[in-house]
Design a protein around this ligand. Structure first.
Ligand code: ZN
Length: 101
């Protein structure tokens, strides 16, 4: 009977960890149902889901630039539209080729 309690506990713990880490609760519920405590260890070891998604949602938006500034085609930094050389990466700029609007 104890094994059933451990099994149910591991399912609950897996669901809580999955929810906390932004993973599918339903998927980890079934994985725990099948693999018991093994699934709990796996979801715990995996950590938070998709740190890349968090980076994409960060305030750094490469396409928002102040007026008369354009993104450097090489390094992406905001530089003056009339600049001939990028001040960040020293790449030569094709002047007037970039729309300023
Ligand atoms: Zn550059």
């Amino acid at each position: 009977m104890a094994i059933v309690l451990i099994w149910i506990t591991s399912i609950i713990v897996s669901c809580i960890i999955a929810d906390k880490n932004g993973r599918s609760v339903g998927a980890w519920f079934f994985l725990s149902l099948l693999f018991g405590f093994l699934a709990t260890i796996v979801v715990l070891a995996m950590g938070p889901a998709n740190p890349v998604t968090i980076a994409v949602a960060s305030p750094h938006q490469p396409f928002v630039f102040a007026e008369n500034r354009v993104p450097c085609p090489r390094c992406g930094e905001s530089i003056v539209a009339t600049a001939k050389i990028c001040r960040f990466c020293s790449a030569a700029q094709a002047v007037n080729e970039w729309p300023t609007s």
